[in-house]
Design a protein around this ligand. Sequence first.
Ligand code: BGC
Length: 498
Amino acid sequence: MARILDISFCLLFCIVILPENTTSYRSSSRPNVRSDFPKDFKFGAATSAYQTEGGWDADGKGPSMWDVALHNNPSLVLDRSNGDVSGDSYHVFDKDLKIIKELGLDFYRFSISWPRLLPNGDISSLNQAGVKYYNMVIDKLLANNIEPLVTMLHFDIPDEIQKLGGATNPIFVDYFASYANLLYKLFGDRVKNWVTINEPRLFCVYSYGNGILVPNLNTSGVGDYLCGDHMLKAHAKAYKIYQDHYFQQFRGRVGIVLEAVGTYCRKGGSLSLNDRAMEYYLGWMAHPLLSNKGDYPEVMRKEIDENSKLEGRAWSRLPKLDQHWIDLMKGTCDFLGLNYYSSQYGVPLNRTDQFKPPSFEQDVGLQLFADPSWPAANSWLTSFPKGLRDILNWIKSQYGDIDIIITENGWADGGQLKDTERIEYLTKHLQEVLNAIHIDKCNVKGYTYWSLLDSFEWVSGFSERFGLYSVDIGSPTKERTPKESAIVYKNIIRNRKI
Ligand code: BGC
């Protein structure tokens, strides 16, 4: 996916020393002490519905906003492809099951396509073929001792709901809550680990803010905060429904997946995570759910209120949470799913253009770039494994010892079977997870490689491949072939050791 990060900028500025209140966290640099994983540590791999399922209109499925946008405007995607067929898991799930078993995964993270189950987004439109498909997937996983980790929403909002404004309309909260209720009712007897929403911050900023992702609305600095507000409320309601009506019977867990980008600034010559940036990038979603105090991070509240006033607005672009919602949101994660790909440096933005137009990026106020010495897969994905460990420590320092599952971490290339860089990325990141567990005592319970197989990479189409398995996208049978990284991951899982 194209994300904003300007590597060339670093050539000019990466040794800049920041004057602001930055230096916060950097985990110790003690050398790797152990290469073995705790006995209860679990390994998985992930996919998402729009990216892998295909069958976009099969058996009564309704369109998601991605289906409609890419059919109407193929040029939104680099290679003009879309997710109509992709790996075709809807028709050939047994091929996925085979490779999941081959890898020896403990769990498989996949998402449910909301419009496959509810073609118009509302529970009045239940599609039995969708129910049958997900029953089949769940039952086959369980029959093979593989736990399903199920995401309810991974970017693909039903088009009927998007027509109402999608996640910027407050009614989204109720649509999502009743969809979540249905999922518990249909699958809760077997699914014990639920993720409500994948990466709400990135989704809101990219879909409703800067317009990079569908529905490309460009409601920069306004729509993204409305979306974030509704995503948090939707998550909290879905959590509460589970606690009130299903937990007693099913004893499962409900969490959320947040993505974190280690954002570093230099101070006094040393590099450390910039607290303020971390509050924006991770705290925006994490603080209301995981902190003792609840609500949005204070720094966001103060700065976005001030910026909004300077822009001459009648109210703040960051919605206010009342006490009812603050209380409802607090503590609504039985575990935290953490997606980590990359880190970045930040230096203050040139403030002269600050308010034209307003945006999340302008509010953060940092120009971001990667260190040219970090291996780079593309413009946003660079390898800095220590960033993962630092973030795990930052989370521990802010929110305590909540169970953490790394729900995504992965490397993109052109899809070759000899994928040395992916192996390097995977093993180095796993070593940092081990360091975080053994040295820093971070409570990491599992790791998920993204992705199980090559799939539709949003606006990059099939030009970037993240899979452990290659998929012959052009062939009707969609054969899956292991890359070298699949063999390496399989051995790590078997030996529980790097
Ligand atoms: C998303 C995935 C995506 C991956 C790589 C994550 O932010 O959850 O859907 O494929 O990044 O871009």
